[in-house]
Design a protein around this ligand. Sequence first.
Ligand code: 0X9
Ligand code: ZN
Length: 264
Amino acid sequence: ASYYEQYHSLNEIYSWMEEITEMNADLLQKIYIGSSFEKRPLYILKVQTPKSAIWIDCGIHAREWIAPAFCLWFIGHNRLWRKSRSKHGNNRCIGTDMNRNFDAGWCGKGASHNDCHEIYCGPYPESEPEVKAVAHFLQKHKDHIKAYITIHSYSQMVLFPYSYTTNKSKDHDELLSVANKVVLAIRKTTQKMYESGPGAQTIYLAPGGSDDWAYDLGIKYSFTFELRDRGTHGFLLPTNLIKPTCIEALSGIKTIALHVINNI
Ligand code: 0X9
Ligand code: ZN
């Protein structure tokens, strides 16, 4: 049974409140509103809303255990899910960050062994069937595959290895020049500004990523695209921005393809 299919002590619920707000800082706020007769703190969890709000409380009557269980369950739903959906051993939380699960500097700095974290690396490299399948396919066809491109969002960046170390890759200069060409092509297409650079320097250290793994496998032209936007809408990019975003991404891909054709 998942965490939400069990009843929890007050102390467990306090820890859960702390963790869930920490992990969803953009959505949830824990607000202290007073304390009980026995001097226990009373917290509300505020789900970010524009103006109007709905108040939900659970457990005004102590013996009605299902009531607080519902409140936990209600907050537990997350439409901005990042990870896979796997369950490993006695893990408390679901899912592994599949971009921390590849066998490239696996679970070093920038990943977490805590299964409840968004950047959980999994119990071992390629523990996720999805990751294993991609790795297996790339492995099998590596001599044919000249470029590896993985599309993410958001932050408008064109990244290349490495992300598991701040050391430069041996193809650094060439990859930088290709990434810069991509940035230029995008700017010409939609006037949008993208940033280019090796992952570790440009966003953060993040080991176990597919781009680094593909690169170390021998696929030199390995890139991560972080599409729009830069935080205004974040992951909730409005539908009217799908088309221009795709058009600029395509111009970037064409740039890479042309470079690859001319350099193999
Ligand atoms: O952290 C990530 O996996 C990527 N950013 S995202 O916001 N889309 O989650 C960046 C991936 C860069 N490459 C590697 N870390 N290997
Ligand atoms: Zn991503």
